[in-house]
Ligand binder design. Structure first.
Ligand code: ZN
Length: 345
């Protein structure tokens, strides 16, 4: 076998722009490994690569997808951290490894930081070549499908709550969309930290699943106004941290939910990125507005160890064949999924 199937985006647009193509199986160079993928995890980032982002240029054609799980099937010269046959997950962030930020462990602040499947070919394929630094042993309790669904979202949620917002035991956090990829990771991380977790979800079924992940209160945002509910649940005090990734539709109310000294931390804007903000409430209430993208590889290794200890669990909706990538994007965009979506090559 010398060729493989992969998904390629050649131009931005609808689901039909996800083309299934044949390419030669790549060969790992020095310091690289080749992974035979058993499962590929989808994120909202995949839909942005397909649709395009105003003001941002992707280098098309591109293979999307940033999360994957499989087996190392070839290693390049000088690789010593893994061997052929190892079951691994792929760590999605790539950095230079030699700059000051990298050497401080802040690889997501490296000037050449990029994400597999965003600014270079990603994992939506039968095989992928990645730097050896970008593989780690698959947590043994997880299936390949589960392993493919955790890295990007847990790394993102961890960086937001722990590195940026410095959430502490005893504090209260509001997590939007607690059954979404980053939301379900945030609920579990905040619970593990010892924080009180208030989450939102759309509909009774999703609310029940978020409660089972460790949220102490779940607000059905389709039935109730979340800001009013947060006010009631906190005795009018507000929450210490809001975990934001929804953007325009929720940001104003998120800021109003903050207690004095509160922090809102955002990693995304699925409903739009332009928001209104009153500086009066920012300074009068001593608020912090924090941005966050991805996270540190070292933290991701801690997260994987916690999966090995059974402290976290993957929240999977379903696995689909690679050829149904368009349907997977549709499910992701329609918010019909009850967890992460995975493709199987
Ligand atoms: Zn660097």
């Amino acid at each position: 076998m010398t060729s493989m199937r992969c998904v390629v985006v050649r131009e931005h647009g609808g689901f039909d722009k996800l083309r299934l193509e044949e390419r030669p199986i790549p060969t790992p160079g020095p310091g690289q490994v080749r992974v035979k993928l058993a499962a590929i995890g989808l994120n909202h980032l995949d839909t942005w690569v397909r649709r395009g982002v105003p003001g941002h240029t992707f280098s098309l054609p591109q293979v999307p997808s940033s999360d994957g799980c499989g087996v190392v099937d070839a290693i390049g010269h000088g690789v010593s951290n893994c061997k052929e046959g190892d079951a691994v997950v792929v760590l999605p962030g790539v950095s230079c490894g030699v700059c000051e930020a990298c050497q401080l462990g802040q690889d997501n602040l490296c000037r050449s930081f990029h994400i597999l499947g965003e600014s270079c070919d990603g994992l939506c394929a039968e095989f992928a070549v990645v730097p050896a630094a970008n593989v780690a042993n698959k947590p043994r309790l997880l299936s390949a499908e589960e392993g493919a669904s955790i890295c990007l979202v847990f790394q993102t949620a961890w960086n937001m709550l722990i590195r940026r917002a410095a959430l502490r035991a005893g504090e209260t956090v509001l997590v939007h969309a607690g059954l979404s990829g980053v939301g379900s990771a945030a609920v579990q991380i905040a619970n593990a930290l010892g924080a009180r977790v208030i989450a939102t979800a759309g509909g009774p079924e999703k609310c029940a699943r978020v409660a089972a992940l460790g949220a102490h209160h779940v607000i059905d945002y389709k039935a109730k106004d979340f800001a009013t509910e947060v006010r009631a649940l906190t005795g009018k005090a507000g929450v210490d941290v809001v975990f934001e990734h929804v953007g325009q539709a929720t940001f104003d109310a998120s800021v109003k939910c903050l207690a004095r000294g509160g922090r809102v931390v955002t990693c995304g804007a699925t409903t739009g990125g332009s928001v209104q903000l009153s500086l009066h409430q920012v300074f009068f209430k001593n608020l912090s507005i924090l941005g966050s993208t991805m996270g540190q590889k070292g933290d991701l290794r801690t997260i994987l160890r916690m999966f090995d200890q059974g402290r976290f669990r993957a929240v999977l909706d379903r696995a689909l064949p690679l050829a149904e990538v368009g349907e997977a994007h549709r499910l992701l965009e329609s918010r019909a999924a009850m967890g992460k979506l995975v493709l199987v090559p």
